[in-house]
Structures are given as C-alpha cells and as structure tokens.
Design a protein around this ligand. Structure first.
Ligand SMILES: Cc1cc2nc3c(=O)[nH]c(=O)nc-3n(C[C@H](O)[C@H](O)[C@H](O)COP(=O)(O)OP(=O)(O)OC[C@H]3O[C@@H](n4cnc5c(N)ncnc54)[C@H](O)[C@@H]3O)c2cc1C
Ligand SMILES: NC(=O)c1ccc[n+]([C@@H]2O[C@H](COP(=O)([O-])OP(=O)(O)OC[C@H]3O[C@@H](n4cnc5c(N)ncnc54)[C@H](O)[C@@H]3O)[C@@H](O)[C@H]2O)c1
Length: 476
C-alpha cells in the first residue's frame, strides 16, 4: 500500500526475490518525494545556491549581470517534479513486473487489502505479506483561525507559480529552514516563527545558529521563542494577520505551516487487524509491525515515513530493501539474516542516519550529536574545526564560512557522529557515513589520505587535532 519511493523499492526487491507483487496507489506513483518534497524543493533551491556560490568567487562574481530568474527557476522545478505526471514511474513499475492497482487501499483483515476506486471495490489477498508504505502528512497546529486561513503546506509552497510578497513560516525544523531559504532567495519578505530557541533543534546547536544567521543576512526575520496565537484571514487569497505570543501582529500574504508530519494511518483499516487508526506503526528491525501485545505480526510490514523511524527518502528506501528481501526470504524459506547489520534489518536507523539540510550554508550530518552521545553515556571527545581554514575552502569561495564537528568514542577510537556546515558540504557526507557505519578505527583513517586542496582535508585536521597517540593501531 503506497507507491512512494519506499513502496516502489519494497515491490522491486520482492519481485527480484521471486514473488509477484501488486502495489496500490491513490495519488501519483512516486509519492511525496518526487512531486512535493525532495526533488522539486532541491531544484528550486539550486539556482539560489549556484548564484550565491558564484558571488563568492572573484572573477565569477563580476560576470553576474542580473538577478535570479524566477520563471526559469520555476520551470527547472517543474521538470524536477516531472510536470506532476507519473507516467515515467508507471512505466518503471511495468518494466519491473509490478502490478499497479490505482485507488485507496485499506487493510481488511489478515493479508487482505480492499481497494476503493471508481466508486467500486477490489479485494486483494496476499499469499505472504502486506507492506504499508503510506508515508506521512503535514501537521497543522491547533491555532485559532489557522486551519481556515488556507495555510500552505509543503505541497502548495513547492507547486506555487508566484512568489508571495510577504511569507510567514511557522516552524523551525528542516522544512521551515529550507523553504525560508528558498523564498528569501526568490524575493519574498520572509518571517520565520520559531517556537523554540533556535532552528534545527535536533542537530548540533551551531548548525541552527549558522543557518539562522545566514537567513538574517539574506533579509529574513527569524524570531525565536515566538508562536502564532491567532490567525485572521478574510479571503483565501487576501492578506492574513497573525497575532504572536508577544502580543504583536504580523500581516503576510501567505502562511507556510512547517510544524512536522504524522503517519498516514487514519483511513487504512488498522482497526481490522487490532491496531488503532492514526497510530505510528512501530516495527521490529525487519520492519514487521508490532501488534497490541508488542509481538511482531507475521504478515504485516510498515516501511518508510509511516513507521516514524527516520523521515527521509534514502533511509526509507534502505528499510525497503531490507523489507522486500526479508519478505521474499520468509516466503521462500531462505535463511533470514536478522542479526545487527544483517541483510534483512535496518540497523543503521539507530546508529547512522545521514541527512542534508539544503540551506545556505548546507548542513550535513550523520550519527550521534555530542549531546546524544553523552546522553547514551558514551566516552566522547568533541573536536570542532573551522572549515574556512581548509586549503580547499579558500579556493572554493572567498571568506568561506563553515564548521565541522566530530564526535569520537575515546575508548573504541571510532567516529560516532559528524556534522558539517558550509557551502557544498553535502558531498562530504558519504565519507563520514562510511566511517561511522564501518566503525573505521582512527589509526586506519590516518591512511585515508584526502586529496589536496579539497574540503575533504577536514578529515586530516580532525586526526591532527586528536593526535596520533589516541589512534594507535592495536598491537595484537
Ligand atoms: C518539503 C519536504 C522536503 C523533503 N526533502 C527531502 C530530501 O531532500 N531528502 C530526503 O531524504 N527526504 C526528504 N523529505 C522526506 C521525504 O519526502 C519522505 O521521507 C519520503 O517521501 C517518504 O517516502 P514514503 O514512500 O515513505 O512516503 P511518501 O513519499 O509519502 O509516499 C506514500 C505514498 O502512499 C500513497 N498512499 C497513502 N495512503 C494510501 C492509501 N490508503 N492507499 C493507497 N496509496 C496511499 C500516497 O499517495 C503516496 O504516494 C522531504 C519532506 C518534505 C515534506
Ligand atoms: N533535506 C531533507 O532531507 C529534508 C527536507 C525537508 C524535510 N525532511 C524531513 O521531513 C520531516 C518533517 O520536517 P518538518 O520540518 O516538518 O518537521 P521537524 O520535526 O523537523 O520540525 C518541526 C518544527 O516545528 C516546530 N513546531 C512543532 N509544533 C509547533 C507548533 N504547534 N507551533 C510552532 N512550531 C511548532 C518544532 O519545534 C520544529 O521546529 C523531517 O523529519 C525531515 O527529516 C527532510
């Protein structure tokens, strides 16, 4: 159920494992990520990043002869969203030998899915398993007047064909930070209402601080410790007035709600299998749903955003590879490899989730923050380094601004977590993910020589700061 990036990958792996698969989709094949999230947002942020990068390089800066072309940027976004037409992905499903059933799916008892379409119903009975990959939907907070003020969610914001003169963004997470960056670059007067004391609260504190400072420099008004208490909007297309916690008012042309997401489980028949409508589908590490007795339900899987483990496309697709493979293995009686880091489990969800926030500066993170490592009572040393001091950075941009943090386990001599903030740090992330997942010993990292002059030299600076004595090769 659900043909987003996660559903597609479960289906593909199960077919490759020898099963036949039907996939049920009520909107567009490709899901939120393809049409209203990852792809179009990154495409609409990219012109702003490219322009900012050029402005930081003498010689290139002087060649800029105009402002960001909003219509051309929208056209680039439209292409990234495949013009909101899923025929390409439907063709991919056909090529992968997956049967598409369009309509709204609901569980109807054990291994059964009822699909409502064109006013009729089709019942599908699975021989082996049902996987729920219905994703997530935005949460609209219960602020008087907000729900009826036609607020934007990510969908309206990313598919707009006009730039609001004044935009209020409610929230301080990833969606709020990326859209604030985007609309400030497109020319909106952006006000970000952050309930807490900073942006990107779950990451290292310097990440949110640097992103907030850059947004402010770009002309946005980032107000921390501030929420809306009431919204008044006479007409859906007219101005809206927000009353804020400090008693002041703010008039804007659009309001973007970016206050988190909840699983799409309201209307998928969970009651027919003893679960509660609207609940997050908690799973074991092979992605089987835990029933009311906390034991896994043998035939029911929940994968991707709907299980709340890590709301990221790449992490959902990683779970999908494990789920599709283990469904096929259990169906065919093959060996199930479900120990930690086995082929049929999503162990990395607990230890090494990589993510990039595509603001300017970018934020790239994997593994544990210093706070989380300490909360887990790990013996840690934190190493901070100014990315602007790296030779590669000095030629990438004039006055490069950035910071790196490594969280190192001082007993096991491995890296537990990494955070990079700065221009173009996204492409540094995979090396960090390999180091964390592989638990590469520090003494071996001394032999992973970064090319000169690249940003990757940050790894050498980390090791030099730690000192080689802390990274001695084992004698045995
Ligand atoms: C603005 C924004 C930007 C993002 N950017 C990134 C990014 O850059 N990188 C990243 O890794 N992640 C990003 N994410 C997160 C990413 O979009 C999600 O993690 C990802 O889409 C989850 O995939 P999924 O398949 O689990 O769910 P979805 O993509 O939501 O797909 C679920 C599918 O199920 C269908 N469905 C739902 N209910 C039913 C039903 N009852 N019957 C049939 N079909 C049903 C839906 O129509 C949908 O097609 C972003 C999210 C947002 C909101
Ligand atoms: N580049 C990426 O990988 C990317 C981009 C966008 C989204 N995502 C994913 O999508 C998910 C959802 O993102 P998000 O930003 O919506 O959620 P989030 O959980 O990251 O942030 C929600 C924010 O809203 C605030 N908030 C919550 N309730 C509020 C209220 N009532 N009033 C005011 N503020 C309130 C929170 O304090 C927090 O700052 C994330 O988990 C993220 O992983 C990823």
């Amino acid at each position: 159920m659900g043909a987003g990036p996660v559903g597609e990958n479960i289906a593909d792996r199960a077919v490759q494992g020898g099963l036949s698969v039907a996939i049920v989709e009520c909107e567009l094949v490709g899901g939120e990520c393809s049409y209203w999230a990852c792809m179009p947002t990154k495409a609409l942020l990219r012109p702003a990043h490219a322009l900012a990068a050029a402005r930081r390089v003498p010689g290139a800066r002087e060649a800029i002869i105009g402002d960001l072309d909003v219509d051309a940027a929208f056209a680039f976004r439209d292409g990234a969203a495949a013009q909101w037409d899923d025929s390409g992905q439907v063709g991919w499903l056909e090529g992968a030998d997956i049967t598409l059933v369009r309509g709204h799916g609901r569980l109807a008892g054990e291994r059964t899915v009822e699909v409502e379409r064109d006013g009729g119903r089709v019942t599908l009975t699975a021989r082996h398993a049902v996987a729920v990959a219905t994703g997530s939907v935005p949460v609209v907070p219960d602020v008087p007047g907000l729900a009826t003020a036609s607020p934007w969610t990510n969908r309206e914001a990313i598919s707009t064909s006009s730039v609001p003169t004044r935009l209020a963004v409610i929230g301080g997470g990833v969606v709020a930070s990326e859209f604030a960056t985007m609309f400030a670059a497109l020319g909106s007067d952006v006000t970000v209402l952050v309930r807490g004391d900073g942006l990107l609260g779950s990451l290292e504190p310097f990440a949110g601080e640097r992103v907030a400072a850059a947004l402010t420099e770009a002309g946005a008004d980032v107000r921390t410790g501030t929420s809306a208490t009431e919204v008044v909007r006479a007409a859906a297309t007219g101005p809206a007035t927000l009353t804020l916690t400090d008693g002041s008012t703010l008039e804007v042309d659009e309001i973007l709600v970016a206050t988190g997401r909840r699983p799409t489980t309201d209307d998928i028949g969970l009651d027919t299998v003893g679960l509660e409508s609207g609940q997050t589908l908690t799973t074991d590490d092979t992605l089987r749903v835990l029933g009311p007795d906390h034991a896994p339900i043998a035939w029911l899987y929940a994968v991707g955003d709907v299980n709340g483990r890590a709301l990221l496309t790449h992490q959902g697709k990683y779970q999908a590879r494990a789920a599709g493979d283990v469904i096929a293995a259990r169906a065919t009686g093959a060996t199930v490899d479900d120990g930690p880091w086995g082929a049929h489990v999503a162990t990395a969800d607990h230890a090494a989730v990589p993510s990039v926030v595509f603001t300017d500066p970018e934020v790239a993170t994997v593994g544990l923050t210093a706070e989380r490592a300490r909360a887990e009572h790990r013996p840690v040393r934190v190493v901070d380094y100014d990315l602007g001091w790296i030779a590669g950075a000095t030629v990438l941009a004039e006055d490069y601004q950035g910071q790196a943090r490594f969280v190192v386990d001082t007993e096991r001599h491995v890296v537990l977590g990494v955070t990079f903030v700065g221009q173009d740090v996204a492409e540094l992330l995979q090396a960090a993910t390999v180091a964390v997942v592989g638990e590469v010993p520090l003494h071996r990292l001394w032999h992973a020589v970064p090319a000169y002059p690249t940003l990757g030299e940050i790894w050498l600076r980390l090791l030099e700061t730690l000192g080689r004595d802390t990274a001695t090769a084992p004698t045995s």
